[in-house]
Design a protein around this ligand. Structure first.
Ligand code: Q46
Ligand code: ZN
Length: 309
């Protein structure tokens, strides 16, 4: 027998939310999702209604759902989309086209940093360096830095990223397993700016499982990339944390429970954390633990490999 939506009790249910034991129709699911994002923003005081907020959009389902949900959940917010074009053949043009389509439909200002145009490299150029086929870690370092730069350019006070519940618990679990306490602390929902003039980092989707982000895009007609990055190794952190998926199969609350316990642990870790003093990178001027930051080190490596340095 068809099941009715538990919220409106009129339409037929198409979506089941196991941890909330909720059967929802598409319209009620979209409302359920945006109000969850709103509640998360409010719970962790991520930003105020009248702030200028940048959203790091890659073109993937998570960040595209985030931009769309913030636009509808916080109509007074001044939203800006920030995108990095990584110069990966076909893939990057595809991602940028999806981002352009979404910002146009939402009437959101878009700021793009094109690696090829601005610094003369693409992520693929790192194949000539010792990173060879392991491009994701260097790609992560480049993106983190460039998003900081874009946030400054776009004059945003807060930078929101699309980290979802599954990513966060998998990374937290791995950091926990290997005793990487500092990295674990960096997963908290709100990170203060590293230096004056830089943005706060917030994770409004920290409580949204990735399948809900996908459903939000599908039911909400939110465009998102349909291609896989050709450099994806497929050995992401989630694959390493398979134990979480196994446990979650028997217990629908498991990921939320893990997240909540980690969030309780973070203040304790912070209290005991040794204070690290940041220097200023001698090349780019960004905060860095060394004289030269990780981003500038990698750039000089790739430029040297390309005969440009
Ligand atoms: S873009 Fe970059 Fe990802 Fe491609 S190289 Fe890896 S990290 S997989 S989201
Ligand atoms: Zn630097």
């Amino acid at each position: 027998m068809p099941i009715r939506c538990k919220r409106c009790r009129a339409a037929l249910s198409e979506i089941y939310i196991p941890y909330a034991r909720l059967n929802l129709c598409p319209d009620c699911f979209l409302k359920f999702y945006t109000s969850k994002v709103k509640r998360t923003v409010e719970e962790f005081k991520m930003f105020r209604d009248d702030d200028v907020v940048g959203v790091a959009v890659s073109g993937g389902k998570d960040s595209m759902a985030l931009l769309h949900a913030l636009k509808y959940g916080f109509p007074k917010l001044s939203l800006k989309a920030l995108h990095v074009n990584l110069g990966i053949a076909n893939y990057s043009a595809h991602c940028q086209a999806k981002v352009e389509k979404l910002v146009e439909s939402l009437d959101v200002e878009l700021h793009i940093f094109d690696l090829q145009k601005e610094i003369g490299i693409t992520i693929g150029d790192f194949k000539r360096t010792p990173f060879k086929d392991k491009l994701c870690s260097v790609c992560g370092t480049i993106k983190r830095h460039v998003f900081e730069e874009l946030a400054i350019r776009a004059k945003v006070k807060v930078l929101a990223t699309g980290h979802n519940l599954d990513d966060i618990v998998a990374i937290m679990f791995n950091n926990f397993l290997y005793g990487q306490w500092e990295q674990l602390v960096r997963l908290k929902p709100v990170l203060p700016p590293l230096a004056e003039g830089m943005a706060y980092k917030v994770k409004p989707l920290i409580k949204c499982p990735e399948n809900e982000n996908l459903l939000y895009c599908l039911y909400g007609n939110v465009p998102f990339r349909e291609m896989e990055c050709p450099f994806s190794s497929g050995t992401g952190v989630k694959k390493k944390a398979r134990i979480i998926e196994t446990a979650a199969g028997d217990n629908p609350y498991f990921k939320h429970q893990l997240l909540n316990r980690f969030l309780e642990l973070i203040p304790l870790l912070e209290r005991n954390k040794p204070q690290k003093s940041f220097k200023t990178c001698q090349i780019c001027g960004f905060p860095s633990l060394d004289q030269i930051c990780a981003y500038c080190k990698r750039l000089s490596l790739v430029w040297r490999a390309m005969g440009k340095a």
